[in-house]
Design a protein around this ligand. Structure first.
Ligand code: COA
Length: 257
């Protein structure tokens, strides 16, 4: 598939999706969100793909937010639709993928950019990254999951300070907050993301998917995470991956999933 606003690259079991509007600091317009949806869907459906890395092009920004020009004239109904469409196509979609997603945050991650990073399963960052939800400075609130996922990741008090001030934090503080797991130099970032992806891709894909779904269930008010865990744990026992993983251990060989 041809993309205009993103780059899709596959290297064996790892797909890297690069948001590619550097002149607009990779701001998310509707077309980019549609392309991202298609790309994540394609990677998730490809059984060879074990991990997806998402990053931004250029050395300045991961994503500087939703495209402000696009929604500047929206009314209340269009605003609600913008948020709903974003959740469905990208933010909830990514969080609930079976394939793990690593956000490699290579610069500004603002508004929808931070929200995209937070929808990913793991975040790492370059030391020049900046994180913030500046929406209140525009007269709106975060609408792509930021009011929910930021408190989950950093705690309510820190999240509300970030949301209400609209200020940015640097990579060191993001690491301290637990918003990102690791910080590297810009040159190291993608290699380190690949190292992490390779570690994950050595494990059983069916167990990886079950682990994501089960962890997510604990943050879903409609599900009991512990009950979901019991069922998902049991389901693992019926998989070929379980057979292979346990046999490989008992036969002192490396499992091939
Ligand atoms: N939506 C649309 N365009 C955006 C954008 C966004 N969220 N963020 C940056 N851009 C565009 C700018 O309009 C500019 O385009 P132009 O050259 O056609 O004028 C280009 O990207 C470069 O941005 P610029 O502001 O000139 O870069 P800077 O280095 O001076 O500042 C930021 C960088 C990130 C601080 C600044 O761009 C910014 O505050 N962006 C908006 C962040 C935001 O509020 N995001 C939440 C949106 S809900």
């Amino acid at each position: 598939m041809d993309y205009e606003h993103i780059i899709y690259e596959q290297n064996n079991q790892i797909v890297t999706i690069t948001i590619n509007r550097p002149s607009k600091l990779n701001a998310l317009n509707a077309a980019t969100i549609t392309e991202l949806h298609e790309a994540f869907k394609m990677a998730n459906m490809d059984l060879e793909v074990r991990v997806i890395i998402v990053t931004g092009s250029g050395d300045k920004a991961f994503v500087a937010g939703a495209d402000i020009k696009e929604f500047v004239r929206f009314n209340q109904i269009e605003g609600t639709q913008l948020s709903t469409r974003g959740h469905q196509l990208l933010f909830d979609y990514v969080e609930n993928l079976e394939t793990p997603v690593i956000a490699a945050v290579n610069g500004f991650a603002l508004g929808g950019g931070l929200e995209l990073a937070m929808a990913a399963h793991i975040r790492i960052a370059s030391d020049n990254a900046r994180f913030g939800l500046p929406e209140v400075s525009l007269g709106v609130i975060p609408g792509y999951g930021g009011t929910q996922r930021l408190p989950q990741l950093v705690g309510k008090g820190r999240a509300l300070e970030m949301i209400l001030t609209g200020g940015m934090i640097n990579a060191t503080k993001a690491l301290d907050y637990g918003l990102v797991n690791h910080v590297f130099t810009p040159d190291e970032l993608l290699n380190k993301a690949t190292d992490l992806a390779l570690k994950i891709s050595a494990n059983a894909p069916s167990a990886i998917s079950a682990a994501i779904a089960t962890v997510n269930a604990g943050f879903d008010v409609n599900q009991n995470g512990f009950e979901v865990e019991k069922q998902a744990f049991g389901s693992c026992f019926g998989t070929a991956d379980f057979k292979e993983g346990t046999n490989a251990f008992l036969n002192k060989r490396k499992a091939e999933f």
